[in-house]
Design a protein around this ligand. Structure first.
Ligand code: ATP
Ligand code: MG
Length: 295
């Protein structure tokens, strides 16, 4: 930014925000000893994780172990109460930001179960969200990315994702098939180009060809410039996004971290070895499952 300039010079005209000219690859999203409760019930019990920009991390773990809870807590979902620990982005306190500030700071999450917004068209939604992320100081009612420029960018990205242009005229997630919803999440990521992206089961509900396309697209969009946390039960999404680290969550904690081979092992062998190796976490996990079953 030029000295004395009151606001960051963010280009709404060009395809490339000016900030992209100096991508700081040393940027880090850091989660330390994170404890999270939902409706007073402890779910996460001391999660530690540091993601640098340019890295791919896979997060696996049995159903109900706390993976989505971690994503929701990072995004600032109001139902997820952080009871201890910290989340920082380049040393800045993320917990002090509300969800929209976190998005503007460059954190993005593709939801496991995206919500429908009947009455709001995809294109409208994306134009607003993209403008806000590119110009974090924008207030509601202020200028949006020019329509022509936005359309051009959107069409390019939809092309890349092999999505029909009609899609942009539909209401957000309203009546979308499972696969369409997931593709819409990837489109959002492509338009917003966050610094850090959490992809929560972006492969679920996708057919074999669609998973391959999703995996390729994530690699193309994220490439080396994002830090990506891929939450998955499978290994196909990782084909084009080889994780630098694979983490296993059990009982609300990351109990083991390895490389890509750990993801393959868990996918083919399941969690028996993990449960046997970490009996305390396994007991907490079993407790969480029972509590859920009792509801
Ligand atoms: N909003 C909520 N209300 C009540 N319980 C919740 C909520 N969110 C999470 N939980 C509980 O927290 C635990 C962890 O859930 P979470 O969704 O994080 O698991 P997960 O690891 O993502 O599982 P899956 O692989 O099935 O997606 C579960 O017992 C779940 O029921
Ligand atoms: Mg989940």
């Amino acid at each position: 930014m030029a000295p004395g300039a009151g606001t960051p010079r963010l280009s709404l005209e060009s395809n490339t925000p000016i900030t992209d000219h100096f991508i700081d690859m040393s940027e880090t999203l850091k989660i330390s000893d994170l404890h999270v409760a939902v409706e007073g019930k402890p779910i996460l019990r001391g999660v530690n994780l540091a993601i640098n920009r340019g890295e791919v991390h896979a997060l696996m773990g049995p159903n109900g172990s706390g993976k989505s809870t971690l994503g929701n807590a990072i995004m600032g979902h109001p139902n997820y109460e952080v009871t201890d620990g910290s989340i920082t982005l380049n040393g800045e306190d993320v917990l002090a930001m509300d969800a929209s500030e976190r998005a503007r700071a460059g954190i993005f999450m593709a939801f496991q179960r995206p919500m429908a917004i009947p009455g709001v068209k995809m294109a409208e939604f994306l134009r607003h969200a993209t403008t806000n992320v590119r110009n974090p100081r924008r207030r509601e009612g202020e200028e949006l990315i020019p329509m022509r420029q936005f359309r051009k960018e959107l069409t390019e990205k939809m092309d890349q994702l092999r999505m029909d242009v009609d899609f942009a005229r539909r209401y957000v997630n309203d009546g979308f098939s499972g696969g369409e919803m997931k593709r819409a999440e990837i489109l959002q990521m492509a338009m917003l180009r966050p610094k850090f992206a959490i992809l929560d089961e972006t492969d679920s509900g996708l057919d074999v060809d669609a998973v391959k396309l999703a995996s390729q697209s994530i690699a193309e969009i994220g490439g080396s410039e994002m830090g990506i946390l891929i939450i998955t039960h499978h290994d196909k999404l990782l084909d084009y996004n080889t994780p630098d680290f694979t983490h296993v969550m059990l009982g609300g904690r990351i109990v083991e971290t390895g490389g890509v081979e750990l993801a393959r092992e868990l996918y083919t062998e399941g969690y028996d070895r993990i449960r046997a190796a970490y009996p305390e976490a396994a007991a907490l996990d079993a407790e969480m499952q029972q509590a859920t079953a009792a509801v």
